[in-house]
Write a protein that binds this ligand. Structure first.
Ligand code: NAG
Ligand code: NAG
Ligand code: NAG
Ligand code: NAG
Ligand code: NAG
Ligand code: NAG
Ligand code: NAG
Length: 473
């Protein structure tokens, strides 16, 4: 009865429309259910053309995985209560302008995986004024017209990943309602100053796996509510100084898999809410002191798979909340500058996977196995000791039985104290502390410089993950 009234009322409102704009019966081959909402399931039934009419009360129609190639104007008739329409995994190649007319309450339109779409007309989405969620992923689109979303003023989520866009579609500009934009796996090469203008409600932006090598300094200036930002796996060799200026609410920033060689202190100045930062899989060999200075919310930092030889403790100050630090796969120089990291690792009995590449005396060892000699409270770099004078049984610095070796080394050291006294760098000093991998933290006589920040950090756990966690990033 209700449907008849709806039918009649639509006929009255739209006298020009063909009489059968919807029907009361379920289309042949489809399954209709009316449990919570009126659902029409027509997926995987080999359709090459749309059924003539859909039920007037339909609130959701699924036409996935058929062989539809064409949508005519007003292809679905008039369905006043339709909220969700899915056309994924078809072979749509032509969509007539106005194809979705007659669906005034559609909020979700899913058209992903139609590999032959390639082009869309400016009026493709005409009259879809309530649309909040649009999926155009995997459609091989080369671009979309600048005015295509003119009526979609409440669009929130736009999925356009895996297309062939060479730049960020101009259609996005000024779409204040957008909260999520997915543009990963396209061929975007640059982000211009005006590409993302006015997107002040954007929370998530995914640009990963494009070919971006150029960012305009002000490209992201309007994204003041952005929380998750993927820029990983692009071709960025450098960033403008103020790239992320004003992104006060950013929680996750992924810059992994680029060509960055340095991290500068101007980059992250404003990211006071950032919790996770990915800088893995770059070519970093330099991190400017203070680079992470204002990241007071940081919990996880990924620095693995870079070209870092050292990581001054001062780089981290004053980050108080660091919980996870990933540093494996870097050519670490395990001299005294890295001793703090060893102490940190040992304090939390962490995975040992910080391989030392230099100095030569410790090359091939894990940082956790390096023995730092102390003299008058000062750490002595491994290379300052001429190890051959210790006449180690194995003839090398490598350990095969750490504990036994450590014991024997102690006695060798005592025997050779005379020689050590005389050697450069040990002049007039006493080896008052010798610490090794098995001795634990308690036997250190901490430098006061290192002990205070460490005590602050003790509250939080540091995880120096091993290669087994490589999959995480
Ligand atoms: C899909 O459409 C394209 C051209 O529009 C055609 O070449 C292709 O054979 C079609 N594929 C299938 C599976 O029908
Ligand atoms: C950290 O923030 C303060 C205050 O906003 C600012 O003066 C300082 O330059 C920032 N530090 C860095 C490294 O950008
Ligand atoms: C790693 O850094 C060194 C200098 O510290 C540089 O000579 C070398 O080319 C870098 N390697 C890569 C792969 O960037
Ligand atoms: C270390 O000592 C040995 C024996 O005293 C000497 O032959 C060798 O040249 C020294 N090596 C270095 C790098 O000083
Ligand atoms: C250390 O290694 C050497 C040669 O690699 C071997 O002969 C020796 O038995 C090993 N010692 C221990 C304690 O494993
Ligand atoms: C080594 O240093 C100790 C302590 O300073 C000193 O007593 C000893 O004479 C020194 N030996 C040599 C050979 O200088
Ligand atoms: C050892 O110290 C003495 C005095 O402190 C100094 O004269 C001498 O040059 C030093 N030797 C070396 C090898 O540094």
């Amino acid at each position: 009865m209700i449907s008849i009234i709806i039918n009649v009322s639509f006929l009255l409102i739209h006298p020009a429309v063909a009489p059968w704009v919807c029907t009361r019966s379920c289309p042949v081959g489809c399954t209709c259910s009316q449990e919570e909402s009126f659902t029409v399931l027509c997926d995987r039934i080999g359709l090459t053309a749309l059924p003539g009419k859909f039920p007037c009360e339909a609130s959701s129609i699924n036409l996935d995985k058929n062989s539809l190639t064409f949508l005519s104007e007003r292809a679905f008739g008039t369905l006043p209560t339709l909220r969700s329409l899915s056309l994924q995994y078809n072979n749509l190649s032509f969509i007539t302008p106005g194809a979705f007319k007659g669906l005034p309450n559609l909020v979700e339109l899913l058209m992903g995986h139609n590999e032959y779409v390639r082009h869309l007309h400016t009026h493709t989405f005409t009259s879809l004024r309530r649309l909040t969620h649009l999926d155009l992923s995997h459609c091989n689109l080369l671009s979309i017209p600048n005015r295509i979303f003119q009526e979609q003023t409440v669009l929130q989520k736009l999925l356009c990943f895996q297309n062939n866009f060479r730049r960020i579609p101009g259609a996005l500009r000024g779409m204040e309602s957008l909260t999520h934009v997915y543009l990963e796996r396209n061929r975007i090469e640059a982000v211009a100053y005006n590409s993302l203008l006015g997107l002040s409600n954007l929370r998530a932006l995914n640009l990963q796996e494009n070919r971006i090598s150029i960012l305009h300094e002000k490209a992201f200036q309007d994204l003041c509510n952005l929380e998750n930002f993927n820029l990983n796996d692009n071709l960025l060799a450098d960033l403008p100084d103020q790239s992320f200026k004003g992104l006060w609410h950013l929680k996750m920033l992924n810059l992994g898999g680029n060509l960055l060689t340095s991290v500068f202190r101007t980059w992250f100045s404003d990211l006071v809410e950032l919790e996770v930062l990915y800088l893995d899989r770059n070519r970093l060999s330099y991190i400017e002191e203070g680079a992470f200075e204002n990241l007071t919310s940081l919990i996880t930092l990924h620095l693995n798979s870079n070209n870092l030889t050292t990581l001054p403790f001062s780089v981290f100050q004053p980050i108080y909340f660091l919980g996870h630090l990933y540093v494996f796969r870097n050519p670490w120089e395990c001299d005294c500058n890295l001793e703090w990291l060893q102490i940190w690792m040992e304090s939390y009995r962490l995975v040992r996977d910080i391989p030392c590449v230099s100095p030569s005396s410790v090359a091939g060892l894990d940082l956790s196995e390096v023995v730092y000699f102390r003299s008058g409270g000062e750490c002595l770099d491994p290379e300052e000791l001429n190890l051959t004078t210790l006449a180690l049984p194995t003839g090398s610095w490598g350990f095969n039985s750490t504990k036994n070796h450590f014991g024997s080394m102690l006695s060798k050291l005592q025997q050779n104290s005379q020689e050590l006294n005389a050697s450069e760098g040990l002049n007039n000093t006493v080896l008052d502390q010798v610490v090794g991998p098995m001795s634990g933290v308690a036997s250190y006589i901490y430098d006061s410089q290192i002990v205070l920040p460490l005590l602050v950090l003790v509250v939080f756990s540091l995880v120096v993950m091993g290669s087994q966690s490589a999959g995480i990033s």
